[in-house]
Design a protein around this ligand. Structure first.
Ligand code: NAD
Length: 428
């Protein structure tokens, strides 16, 4: 059964989509395509638990401030909760809940034995010294200690947190447990149990999925033009790999704007956000254009890999690419998605495209449990295998039910979760 997309008259972005609104809408859309017990859908609309904690922090000047932290745990029917911890002033319980639901779908579409979690502290990380960030993280780890654990809930880095933050979290947890517990978090530095290839993984999976989408359309990467919005971890790794594989990357951008060369840029020469923040416009290129222009370039593939809600009802009609691969989380609003579907623009959804991050987090967790480190070659080979399996599972739904790529990805995810719930039953 296929749902009718909303009519054009209703396709406006009344307000840009929040993570929770998007996650619930996607659940309902996916449910319409499969035969699933309504009780299961009802259970999936709600998180299992949302923990709120107070995190007191002694600032470097000796004063004490108290911040609010959260950990939302959506569903663990397939395994421990998994998802990032972010430090950002706008972190709320609702946002964490929505993002934790999103992680449930992402883990399930990749067939990983995890459910969705997300958390964070409402704080501006740029206002903190390194010592303050360490103290905040250690105290946050202690406040969450009862609800997290390597077989319970495994956090990872997210906005405003990084590998060092995870190292402090792991150390704080381990000190209180009285033993070293590397599997408590993923995204750690490799020297303490992190995985090689974790940082590049979301960009690598975005590139793999782009390659498959181009191939699915009967084209060759060497005849493919690509525009990438955002030259950070996801955008730069995807752009560089696709260039290495033969694609022509005509535009890349950072928050200040884009460089454009219709003959192709040399993306390895453009510093990433981490190598030199916001330096894209300083590079030699025939033309500079705006971030809005990047989205509307006449290219074969557009990869929005910066922030959410950039393709909206206002510009969806102007998207000229045939394929959009969502490197960022939630770059396309619900209204824009319908417009693109009506125009036959293929949108490969974030929960599939950038899922390399959580997939290599799973590899890291396996390595931690086994106390054995994999080589980068092995990580990349296993990632390739997992991405192809997920791609093929989603493609099968696209073909069998004539669905958009997004609906197909959610159908794959929801079918797995619903089957697990039905098989385990409802306790007590
Ligand atoms: P990043 O901070 O490394 O890079 C972000 C890039 O986007 C930078 O080049 C920045 O200048 C640019 N940018 C910021 N605001 C912009 C704007 N308004 N318009 C255009 N460009 C802008 O971030 P990242 O880790 O690459 O993450 C990018 C997106 O991918 C986010 O949506 C993130 O949630 C998602 N994502 C990241 C990971 C990960 O592990 N890094 C995993 C999955 C999804």
């Amino acid at each position: 059964m296929t749902t009718t997309p909303p009519t054009r008259e209703t396709e406006t972005d009344d307000e840009l989509d929040s993570a929770l609104v998007t996650a619930r809408r996607q659940l309902e859309r996916a449910a319409a395509h499969i035969d699933v017990d309504p009780g299961v859908i009802e259970r999936l609309k709600h998180p299992t638990k949302v923990q709120q904690v107070s995190v007191p922090l002694e600032r470097d000047d000796g004063s004490v401030e108290v911040y609010t932290g959260y950990r939302a745990q959506h569903d663990d029917v397939r395994g421990p909760y998994k998802g990032g911890l972010r430090y950002h002033p706008e972190v709320t319980a609702e946002e964490c809940t929505g993002l934790s639901m999103w992680m449930t779908w992402k883990c399930a579409v990749m067939d990983l034995p995890f459910g969705g979690g997300k958390g964070g502290v409402a704080i501006d990380p740029k206002s903190l010294s390194s010592d303050e960030t360490e103290r905040l993280t250690r105290r946050f780890a202690e406040e969450l200690r009862d609800v997290v654990g390597p077989t319970k809930d495994v956090p990872a880095p997210d906005m405003g947190t990084d590998a060092q933050t995870m190292a402090w979290f792991m150390d704080a947890y381990s000190m209180q447990q009285g033993e070293t517990v590397p599997g408590i978090v993923t995204g750690k530095p490799p020297v303490i149990g992190g995985s090689y290839g974790r940082e590049e993984a979301p960009g690598r999976s975005t590139a793999i999925v782009t390659r498959e989408a181009v191939d699915y359309n009967g084209r060759d990467l060497s005849d493919t033009t690509v525009a990438v919005q955002g030259f950070g971890s996801v955008g730069a790794n995807a752009a560089r790999l696709l260039e290495d594989w033969g694609a022509t990357i005509v535009a890349v951008s950072d928050v200040n704007g884009a460089i454009y060369d219709p003959d192709g840029l040399s993306t390895h020469d453009v510093p990433t956000h981490e190598e030199e923040p916001e330096a894209v416009l300083e590079q030699d290129a025939p033309e500079t254009i705006t971030n809005e222009d990047v989205l509307e370039l006449d290219v074969d593939v557009l990869i929005p890999a910066a922030v959410g809600n950039v393709i909206t009802a206002d510009n969806a009609d102007a998207i000229a690419a045939d394929i959009v691969v969502e490197g960022a989380n939630g770059p396309t609003t619900f209204a824009a998605d319908s417009i693109l579907a009506e125009r036959d623009v293929q949108v490969i959804p974030d929960i599939l495209a950038n899922a390399g991050g959580v997939t290599v987090s799973y590899f890291e967790w396996l390595q931690d449990i086994n106390r054995r480190q994999w080589s980068l070659e092995r990580v990349n080979a296993e990632l390739e295998e997992h991405m192809l399996e997920a791609w093929n599972d989603v493609r099968a739904e696209v073909e069998a039910k004539d669905l958009t790529w997004r609906d197909a990805a959610y159908v794959v995810a929801l079918s797995r979760i619903a089957e697990a719930k039905a098989t385990r039953g409802l306790w007590p």
